[in-house]
Design a protein around this ligand. Sequence first.
Ligand SMILES: [Zn+2]
Length: 410
Amino acid sequence: MVFKCQEDSFLKEFTTKVVKCEETTEPIVEYGKVSQFEGYQIILENTILFPAGGGQPHDIGWLNEKEVVQVLRKGDEAIHFTKEPLEVGTKVSQKINWERRFDHMQQHSGQHLLSAILEKEHNLPTTSWWLGAEECYVELNNTKVTNEVIQATEDKCNTLIREAIPVNVKFCKINDPNLDEAHTRGLPKDCIDTIRVICIGNIDENMCCGTHVSNLSQLQVIKLLGIEPGKKGKTNLKFLVGNRVTKTLQLMLDREKALTGLLKNEPSKHEELIQKLQKNLKIANKNVSNLLSEVAQYEIEKIKNAQEKPKFIFMFKKDATPEFNRAVCKGLEEDNLFMFFASQEADKPKEGQIIIQGPEEHCIVLGQKITDILKCKGAFKNGKYQGKAGDLTGIAKCKKIIENYFNDIS
Ligand SMILES: [Zn+2]
Protein backbone atom coordinates (compact mmCIF):
# COMPACT_ATOMS: atom_id res chain seq x y z
CA MET A 1 0.00 0.00 0.00
CA VAL A 2 1.17 3.50 -0.78
CA PHE A 3 0.23 5.72 2.15
CA LYS A 4 -1.08 9.27 1.81
CA CYS A 5 2.23 10.59 3.23
CA GLN A 6 4.04 8.89 0.36
CA GLU A 7 1.70 10.35 -2.27
CA ASP A 8 2.07 13.84 -0.88
CA SER A 9 4.87 14.44 1.61
CA PHE A 10 3.65 17.99 2.29
CA LEU A 11 0.19 17.08 3.68
CA LYS A 12 -0.07 18.37 7.24
CA GLU A 13 -3.72 17.52 7.95
CA PHE A 14 -5.95 14.72 6.75
CA THR A 15 -9.29 13.12 7.64
CA THR A 16 -9.64 9.34 7.79
CA LYS A 17 -11.38 6.55 9.73
CA VAL A 18 -10.36 4.09 12.47
CA VAL A 19 -10.26 0.51 11.14
CA LYS A 20 -8.79 -1.29 14.16
CA CYS A 21 -7.78 -0.46 17.74
CA GLU A 22 -6.00 -2.91 20.05
CA GLU A 23 -4.14 -2.71 23.36
CA THR A 24 -0.37 -3.04 23.17
CA THR A 25 2.78 -3.22 25.29
CA GLU A 26 5.15 -3.05 22.32
CA PRO A 27 8.02 -0.66 23.14
CA ILE A 28 8.66 2.72 21.54
CA VAL A 29 11.87 3.23 19.59
CA GLU A 30 12.93 6.86 19.39
CA TYR A 31 16.06 7.44 17.28
CA GLY A 32 17.34 4.00 18.29
CA LYS A 33 16.47 4.38 22.00
CA VAL A 34 13.97 1.79 23.23
CA SER A 35 11.44 2.61 25.99
CA GLN A 36 8.56 0.72 27.57
CA PHE A 37 5.06 1.58 26.42
CA GLU A 38 1.51 0.69 27.36
CA GLY A 39 -1.29 1.91 25.15
CA TYR A 40 -3.06 1.20 21.89
CA GLN A 41 -2.22 0.31 18.30
CA ILE A 42 -4.53 1.94 15.81
CA ILE A 43 -4.91 1.19 12.11
CA LEU A 44 -6.56 3.83 9.92
CA GLU A 45 -7.97 3.73 6.38
CA ASN A 46 -5.00 5.84 5.31
CA THR A 47 -2.38 8.02 6.96
CA ILE A 48 -0.23 11.10 6.56
CA LEU A 49 1.99 9.91 9.45
CA PHE A 50 5.05 8.16 8.05
CA PRO A 51 5.80 4.74 9.56
CA ALA A 52 9.53 4.29 10.18
CA GLY A 53 11.33 2.82 7.19
CA GLY A 54 14.22 3.19 4.78
CA GLY A 55 16.37 4.75 7.52
CA GLN A 56 13.80 7.49 8.16
CA PRO A 57 12.36 7.57 11.71
CA HIS A 58 8.61 7.55 12.29
CA ASP A 59 6.47 10.66 12.49
CA ILE A 60 4.62 11.80 15.55
CA GLY A 61 1.34 13.69 15.53
CA TRP A 62 -2.27 13.64 16.67
CA LEU A 63 -5.53 11.78 15.95
CA ASN A 64 -8.39 14.02 17.14
CA GLU A 65 -5.97 15.67 19.60
CA LYS A 66 -4.86 12.25 20.93
CA GLU A 67 -1.11 12.00 20.70
CA VAL A 68 0.52 9.51 18.33
CA VAL A 69 3.92 8.60 19.79
CA GLN A 70 5.10 6.09 17.19
CA VAL A 71 4.05 4.77 13.77
CA LEU A 72 5.38 1.44 12.51
CA ARG A 73 4.87 -0.34 9.23
CA LYS A 74 3.79 -3.95 9.55
CA GLY A 75 3.32 -5.62 6.19
CA ASP A 76 0.91 -3.43 4.31
CA GLU A 77 -0.32 -1.47 7.32
CA ALA A 78 0.75 1.55 9.34
CA ILE A 79 0.27 1.03 13.09
CA HIS A 80 -0.28 4.20 15.15
CA PHE A 81 0.69 4.02 18.84
CA THR A 82 -1.52 6.11 21.14
CA LYS A 83 -1.99 6.31 24.91
CA GLU A 84 -5.77 6.49 24.58
CA PRO A 85 -8.06 4.26 22.51
CA LEU A 86 -10.28 5.30 19.59
CA GLU A 87 -13.45 3.44 18.63
CA VAL A 88 -13.51 1.56 15.33
CA GLY A 89 -15.41 3.56 12.71
CA THR A 90 -14.59 6.95 14.31
CA LYS A 91 -13.78 9.71 11.86
CA VAL A 92 -10.42 11.19 12.83
CA SER A 93 -8.64 14.36 11.94
CA GLN A 94 -4.92 13.62 11.60
CA LYS A 95 -2.30 16.25 12.30
CA ILE A 96 1.44 15.88 11.94
CA ASN A 97 4.34 17.32 13.92
CA TRP A 98 5.57 19.14 10.84
CA GLU A 99 8.80 20.47 12.29
CA ARG A 100 10.01 16.94 13.00
CA ARG A 101 8.79 15.57 9.65
CA PHE A 102 10.32 18.38 7.59
CA ASP A 103 13.62 17.85 9.41
CA HIS A 104 13.49 14.15 8.47
CA MET A 105 12.68 15.07 4.86
CA GLN A 106 15.64 17.43 4.69
CA GLN A 107 18.05 14.84 6.13
CA HIS A 108 16.66 12.00 4.00
CA SER A 109 16.63 13.82 0.65
CA GLY A 110 20.02 15.28 1.59
CA GLN A 111 21.31 11.74 2.12
CA HIS A 112 20.10 10.69 -1.36
CA LEU A 113 21.91 13.65 -2.90
CA LEU A 114 25.06 13.08 -0.87
CA SER A 115 25.17 9.33 -1.61
CA ALA A 116 24.63 9.99 -5.33
CA ILE A 117 27.55 12.44 -5.55
CA LEU A 118 29.88 10.25 -3.45
CA GLU A 119 29.17 7.24 -5.67
CA LYS A 120 29.14 8.95 -9.04
CA GLU A 121 32.04 11.32 -8.63
CA HIS A 122 34.24 9.57 -6.06
CA ASN A 123 33.36 5.89 -6.43
CA LEU A 124 32.29 5.75 -2.77
CA PRO A 125 29.05 3.77 -2.54
CA THR A 126 26.84 4.13 0.54
CA THR A 127 26.17 0.83 2.34
CA SER A 128 23.74 2.20 4.94
CA TRP A 129 22.87 5.44 6.68
CA TRP A 130 21.67 6.75 10.04
CA LEU A 131 19.31 9.56 10.92
CA GLY A 132 19.65 10.27 14.65
CA ALA A 133 18.18 12.89 16.95
CA GLU A 134 21.22 15.12 16.44
CA GLU A 135 23.53 13.40 14.02
CA CYS A 136 23.26 11.80 10.59
CA TYR A 137 25.84 9.81 8.69
CA VAL A 138 26.27 7.74 5.56
CA GLU A 139 28.28 4.54 5.91
CA LEU A 140 30.80 4.25 3.08
CA ASN A 141 32.34 1.02 1.86
CA ASN A 142 35.88 2.37 2.15
CA THR A 143 38.31 3.46 4.84
CA LYS A 144 40.14 6.03 2.73
CA VAL A 145 38.03 9.15 2.48
CA THR A 146 40.19 12.25 2.11
CA ASN A 147 39.46 15.81 3.20
CA GLU A 148 39.66 16.85 -0.48
CA VAL A 149 36.90 14.39 -1.40
CA ILE A 150 34.77 15.62 1.53
CA GLN A 151 35.22 19.28 0.52
CA ALA A 152 34.53 18.60 -3.18
CA THR A 153 31.41 16.58 -2.31
CA GLU A 154 30.05 19.29 -0.01
CA ASP A 155 30.67 21.97 -2.65
CA LYS A 156 29.00 19.92 -5.36
CA CYS A 157 25.92 19.15 -3.22
CA ASN A 158 25.51 22.83 -2.31
CA THR A 159 25.87 23.87 -5.95
CA LEU A 160 23.06 21.47 -6.90
CA ILE A 161 20.92 22.79 -4.01
CA ARG A 162 21.39 26.35 -5.38
CA GLU A 163 20.34 25.14 -8.82
CA ALA A 164 16.95 24.20 -7.31
CA ILE A 165 16.70 20.85 -9.05
CA PRO A 166 13.24 19.22 -8.83
CA VAL A 167 12.77 15.99 -6.88
CA ASN A 168 10.05 13.69 -8.22
CA VAL A 169 8.55 10.38 -7.17
CA LYS A 170 7.95 7.68 -9.82
CA PHE A 171 5.78 4.67 -9.09
CA CYS A 172 6.76 1.37 -10.73
CA LYS A 173 5.82 -2.29 -10.40
CA ILE A 174 8.47 -4.61 -8.98
CA ASN A 175 9.09 -6.35 -12.35
CA ASP A 176 9.44 -3.07 -14.25
CA PRO A 177 12.45 -3.51 -16.56
CA ASN A 178 13.38 0.14 -16.01
CA LEU A 179 14.21 -0.51 -12.34
CA ASP A 180 17.90 -0.42 -11.64
CA GLU A 181 18.61 -3.41 -9.38
CA ALA A 182 21.66 -1.71 -7.88
CA HIS A 183 19.61 0.96 -6.17
CA THR A 184 17.50 -0.88 -3.66
CA ARG A 185 19.22 0.75 -0.70
CA GLY A 186 16.86 1.56 2.14
CA LEU A 187 13.94 -0.35 0.69
CA PRO A 188 11.96 -2.23 3.40
CA LYS A 189 11.66 -5.95 2.73
CA ASP A 190 7.88 -5.77 2.82
CA CYS A 191 7.63 -3.14 0.04
CA ILE A 192 6.72 -5.81 -2.46
CA ASP A 193 3.97 -4.34 -4.55
CA THR A 194 4.39 -0.79 -5.77
CA ILE A 195 7.92 0.54 -5.87
CA ARG A 196 8.61 4.22 -5.37
CA VAL A 197 11.61 5.68 -7.10
CA ILE A 198 12.89 9.06 -5.90
CA CYS A 199 14.38 11.01 -8.81
CA ILE A 200 16.64 14.02 -8.26
CA GLY A 201 16.60 15.66 -11.70
CA ASN A 202 18.76 13.43 -13.87
CA ILE A 203 21.34 13.07 -11.08
CA ASP A 204 19.91 10.16 -9.13
CA GLU A 205 17.18 7.53 -9.14
CA ASN A 206 16.73 5.57 -5.97
CA MET A 207 14.07 3.17 -4.72
CA CYS A 208 12.85 4.44 -1.37
CA CYS A 209 9.72 4.40 0.80
CA GLY A 210 10.59 7.66 2.61
CA THR A 211 9.09 11.14 2.39
CA HIS A 212 11.12 13.63 0.37
CA VAL A 213 11.31 17.30 -0.51
CA SER A 214 9.98 18.31 -3.93
CA ASN A 215 12.94 20.50 -4.86
CA LEU A 216 16.59 20.50 -3.76
CA SER A 217 16.27 24.18 -2.80
CA GLN A 218 14.18 23.03 0.19
CA LEU A 219 17.36 21.46 1.59
CA GLN A 220 18.83 24.99 2.02
CA VAL A 221 22.36 23.77 2.68
CA ILE A 222 24.34 20.61 3.42
CA LYS A 223 27.30 20.52 5.79
CA LEU A 224 29.67 17.57 6.03
CA LEU A 225 31.09 17.23 9.54
CA GLY A 226 33.90 14.79 8.85
CA ILE A 227 34.52 11.08 9.12
CA GLU A 228 34.66 8.52 11.90
CA PRO A 229 35.75 4.90 11.64
CA GLY A 230 32.71 2.66 11.13
CA LYS A 231 32.30 -1.10 11.11
CA LYS A 232 35.16 -3.18 9.70
CA GLY A 233 36.32 -1.72 6.39
CA LYS A 234 33.79 1.13 6.54
CA THR A 235 33.78 4.85 7.25
CA ASN A 236 30.92 6.96 8.60
CA LEU A 237 30.68 10.40 7.01
CA LYS A 238 28.65 12.71 9.24
CA PHE A 239 26.40 15.36 7.76
CA LEU A 240 23.69 17.90 8.55
CA VAL A 241 21.08 19.36 6.24
CA GLY A 242 18.91 22.50 6.31
CA ASN A 243 17.51 23.63 9.64
CA ARG A 244 19.88 21.30 11.50
CA VAL A 245 22.79 23.35 10.17
CA THR A 246 21.45 26.63 11.60
CA LYS A 247 20.34 24.97 14.85
CA THR A 248 23.73 23.34 15.33
CA LEU A 249 25.51 26.58 14.49
CA GLN A 250 23.44 28.36 17.17
CA LEU A 251 24.36 25.68 19.74
CA MET A 252 28.04 26.06 18.86
CA LEU A 253 27.81 29.84 19.09
CA ASP A 254 26.20 29.59 22.54
CA ARG A 255 28.98 27.28 23.70
CA GLU A 256 31.61 29.59 22.23
CA LYS A 257 30.04 32.58 23.96
CA ALA A 258 30.12 30.74 27.28
CA LEU A 259 33.79 29.90 26.73
CA THR A 260 34.58 33.49 25.78
CA GLY A 261 32.99 34.57 29.08
CA LEU A 262 35.03 32.05 31.07
CA LEU A 263 38.35 32.58 29.30
CA LYS A 264 37.85 36.33 28.91
CA ASN A 265 39.30 36.33 25.45
CA GLU A 266 38.20 36.08 21.84
CA PRO A 267 37.37 32.68 20.28
CA SER A 268 40.52 32.61 18.13
CA LYS A 269 42.55 32.57 21.38
CA HIS A 270 40.52 29.82 23.11
CA GLU A 271 42.68 26.89 22.06
CA GLU A 272 45.93 28.62 23.01
CA LEU A 273 44.48 29.72 26.37
CA ILE A 274 43.22 26.27 27.28
CA GLN A 275 46.58 24.71 26.43
CA LYS A 276 48.22 27.28 28.70
CA LEU A 277 45.74 26.58 31.51
CA GLN A 278 46.32 22.83 31.21
CA LYS A 279 50.07 23.33 31.37
CA ASN A 280 49.80 25.61 34.41
CA LEU A 281 47.47 23.18 36.15
CA LYS A 282 49.96 20.38 35.64
CA ILE A 283 52.71 22.49 37.23
CA ALA A 284 50.42 23.57 40.09
CA ASN A 285 49.43 19.96 40.76
CA LYS A 286 53.05 18.93 40.87
CA ASN A 287 53.85 21.73 43.33
CA VAL A 288 50.92 20.80 45.56
CA SER A 289 52.00 17.18 45.48
CA ASN A 290 55.58 18.11 46.49
CA LEU A 291 54.36 20.38 49.28
CA LEU A 292 51.97 17.76 50.58
CA SER A 293 54.69 15.17 50.76
CA GLU A 294 56.78 17.65 52.78
CA VAL A 295 53.85 18.31 55.11
CA ALA A 296 53.29 14.55 55.42
CA GLN A 297 56.92 14.12 56.46
CA TYR A 298 56.52 16.94 59.00
CA GLU A 299 53.38 15.28 60.45
CA ILE A 300 55.18 11.94 60.74
CA GLU A 301 58.15 13.48 62.53
CA LYS A 302 55.92 15.50 64.85
CA ILE A 303 54.17 12.34 66.02
CA LYS A 304 57.36 10.26 66.20
CA ASN A 305 59.20 12.92 68.22
CA ALA A 306 56.35 13.68 70.60
CA GLN A 307 57.36 13.39 74.26
CA GLU A 308 54.36 11.27 74.98
CA LYS A 309 53.47 8.64 72.39
CA PRO A 310 49.82 9.09 71.29
CA LYS A 311 47.32 6.31 71.97
CA PHE A 312 45.93 6.58 68.46
CA ILE A 313 46.04 8.76 65.38
CA PHE A 314 42.93 10.52 64.11
CA MET A 315 43.55 12.73 61.12
CA PHE A 316 40.89 14.46 59.07
CA LYS A 317 42.17 17.35 57.03
CA LYS A 318 39.52 18.65 54.65
CA ASP A 319 42.00 19.62 51.97
CA ALA A 320 44.25 16.58 52.30
CA THR A 321 44.52 14.23 49.37
CA PRO A 322 44.30 10.44 49.65
CA GLU A 323 48.01 10.40 48.67
CA PHE A 324 48.86 12.60 51.67
CA ASN A 325 46.96 10.29 54.03
CA ARG A 326 48.59 7.21 52.55
CA ALA A 327 52.03 8.80 52.96
CA VAL A 328 51.47 9.67 56.66
CA CYS A 329 49.97 6.24 57.31
CA LYS A 330 52.94 4.51 55.71
CA GLY A 331 55.40 6.67 57.64
CA LEU A 332 53.83 5.64 60.97
CA GLU A 333 53.20 2.00 60.11
CA GLU A 334 56.02 0.60 62.27
CA ASP A 335 54.73 2.40 65.40
CA ASN A 336 51.86 -0.10 65.57
CA LEU A 337 49.24 2.51 66.45
CA PHE A 338 45.55 2.54 65.65
CA MET A 339 45.25 5.08 62.83
CA PHE A 340 42.29 6.72 61.17
CA PHE A 341 42.66 9.00 58.14
CA ALA A 342 39.96 10.73 56.12
CA SER A 343 39.96 13.08 53.16
CA GLN A 344 37.13 14.82 51.36
CA GLU A 345 36.26 14.50 47.67
CA ALA A 346 36.84 17.90 46.08
CA ASP A 347 33.65 17.86 44.01
CA LYS A 348 31.48 15.89 46.50
CA PRO A 349 32.39 17.15 50.02
CA LYS A 350 30.01 14.68 51.69
CA GLU A 351 32.06 11.79 50.33
CA GLY A 352 35.67 10.91 50.95
CA GLN A 353 38.48 8.39 51.21
CA ILE A 354 39.18 6.54 54.44
CA ILE A 355 42.12 4.57 55.80
CA ILE A 356 41.87 2.58 59.02
CA GLN A 357 44.88 0.58 60.14
CA GLY A 358 46.39 -0.78 63.31
CA PRO A 359 46.60 -3.66 65.79
CA GLU A 360 43.95 -6.28 65.12
CA GLU A 361 42.44 -6.13 68.64
CA HIS A 362 41.48 -2.45 68.13
CA CYS A 363 40.38 -2.81 64.53
CA ILE A 364 37.99 -5.64 65.43
CA VAL A 365 36.19 -3.43 67.98
CA LEU A 366 36.28 -0.11 66.11
CA GLY A 367 36.44 -0.96 62.40
CA GLN A 368 32.91 -2.12 61.72
CA LYS A 369 31.37 0.70 63.83
CA ILE A 370 33.29 3.39 61.97
CA THR A 371 32.77 2.00 58.47
CA ASP A 372 29.03 1.64 59.19
CA ILE A 373 28.67 5.24 60.41
CA LEU A 374 30.60 6.62 57.42
CA LYS A 375 28.75 4.32 54.99
CA CYS A 376 31.99 2.89 53.65
CA LYS A 377 32.16 0.47 50.78
CA GLY A 378 34.31 -2.64 50.95
CA ALA A 379 35.71 -4.58 53.91
CA PHE A 380 38.82 -4.93 56.10
CA LYS A 381 41.64 -6.84 54.53
CA ASN A 382 44.69 -7.96 56.55
CA GLY A 383 43.85 -5.62 59.44
CA LYS A 384 43.57 -2.64 57.10
CA TYR A 385 40.70 -0.76 55.54
CA GLN A 386 41.13 1.57 52.62
CA GLY A 387 38.13 2.73 50.67
CA LYS A 388 35.38 5.14 49.91
CA ALA A 389 33.16 6.76 52.54
CA GLY A 390 29.67 7.56 51.29
CA ASP A 391 28.79 9.97 54.11
CA LEU A 392 31.35 11.93 56.16
CA THR A 393 28.77 13.73 58.31
CA GLY A 394 29.32 11.18 61.12
CA ILE A 395 33.04 11.86 61.38
CA ALA A 396 32.84 13.70 64.75
CA LYS A 397 30.90 10.76 66.15
CA CYS A 398 33.65 8.41 64.97
CA LYS A 399 36.28 10.54 66.70
CA LYS A 400 34.30 10.35 69.96
CA ILE A 401 33.98 6.55 69.69
CA ILE A 402 37.74 6.17 69.14
CA GLU A 403 38.59 8.56 72.02
CA ASN A 404 36.21 6.83 74.45
CA TYR A 405 37.51 3.41 73.47
CA PHE A 406 41.16 4.29 74.16
CA ASN A 407 40.29 6.16 77.38
CA ASP A 408 38.38 3.10 78.59
CA ILE A 409 41.15 0.60 77.89
CA SER A 410 43.97 2.71 79.31
ZN1 LIG B 1 15.78 6.83 0.91
